[in-house]
Write a new protein. Structure first.
Length: 236
C-alpha cells in the first residue's frame, strides 16, 4: 500500500448481519480498498462482506482459501505474492482473524519470515462478551468448543468451574448455535448454585442480549438460545 513494504493485514469482519456500517472502521475500509489478494476461510462469505462495503468491484479481487486443514507447504504457496511486493489481507469467517481461528498459522509464518503483520481493530465476540459480562477482565481463559460427548463435557465443565473457583479467572467458551440449549442445560445441571453464568447473544446486532446471573437464578428462566450465536462465560 502506497510504496510500503508488502505486509499481512488481519482484517476483522462483521459478527452479525447488516452491521458493517456501525462496526467496520474507516481504517479497515482503507485497507480493503488497497489490497487485491485475500486469504479467507470462506470465499463466498468474504466476497459478500467486501461487496457489502461498496468500496470496489469484487470480481477484480483474488481470493484463496485458508483453513485449519492448510499445511505448511500450501501456506508458503499462498503467501508467495509477498515476495513480489503484494500485500495480503486475511479475513476470518466472522470477527477477528487469528482469534479462535486458524489465522495464527499465517502470523507464525510471517514472524519466521520477517514479514510485518498489521492487526486492524474490529468486532471480536470474545472481547465484547467479556466486557459486557461484569466478570473478571484481568484474568480469563478461552476454551473454544467444549466436548460434545455428555460425559466428557460434564468433566470439562467441572474442571473449568474448579479452575475459576481456585484462580478467580473468567472461563469463556462457545458452542455451535443449534447445540446451545444442551450446553446451557448442562451448565445449570452441573455447576454450583453460586457460580455466575453469562449468556452473550447476538453480539453487535440490534438484538444483542448479555445477561449474567447465578446458576440458581437461571434455573427455570433459561432464555431461548437455539440457533442464536452465543458466547458462554463462567465465574465461580
Amino acid at each position: 500500500m502506497n510504496n510500503k513494504p508488502a505486509q499481512i493485514y488481519l482484517i476483522p469482519c462483521t459478527i452479525a448481519p447488516n452491521t458493517q456500517e456501525s462496526v467496520i472502521s474507516p481504517q479497515i475500509k482503507q485497507v480493503i480498498s488497497a489490497v487485491d489478494y485475500f486469504l479467507v476461510e470462506n470465499v463466498r462469505t468474504a466476497r459478500r462482506f467486501i461487496s457489502s462495503l461498496k468500496l470496489r468491484t469484487v470480481s477484480d479481487l483474488h481470493f484463496e482459501v485458508f483453513n485449519k486443514h492448510t499445511d505448511e507447504q500450501e501456506i508458503n504457496k499462498l503467501l508467495s505474492p509477498l515476495r513480489n511486493g503484494q500485500s495480503i489481507g486475511v479475513i476470518s469467517e466472522a470477527g477477528c482473524p487469528a482469534i479462535a481461528d486458524p489465522g495464527n498459522q499465517i502470523v507464525q509464518w510471517a514472524h519466521r519470515n520477517k514479514v510485518k503483520v498489521t492487526p486492524l481493530v474490529g468486532p471480536s465476540s470474545l472481547i465484547l462478551a467479556l466486557m459486557a459480562s461484569g466478570m473478571n477482565g484481568q484474568h480469563f481463559e478461552f476454551h473454544g468448543y467444549l466436548p460434545i460427548d455428555k460425559i466428557l463435557r460434564l468433566k470439562k465443565i467441572q474442571s473449568i468451574e474448579n479452575e475459576s473457583l481456585i484462580t478467580g479467572k473468567t472461563q469463556i467458551f462457545m458452542e455451535t448455535p443449534y447445540r446451545n440449549r444442551a450446553l446451557a442445560e448442562a451448565l445449570l445441571d452441573s455447576c454450583a448454585n453460586q457460580t455466575n453464568i453469562c449468556f452473550a447473544c447476538n453480539l453487535s446486532s440490534s438484538n444483542e442480549v448479555v445477561r449474567t446471573k447465578k446458576v440458581s437464578e437461571w434455573r427455570g428462566q433459561l432464555p431461548d438460545l437455539h440457533k442464536i450465536p452465543t458466547i458462554f462465560l463462567l465465574q465461580a
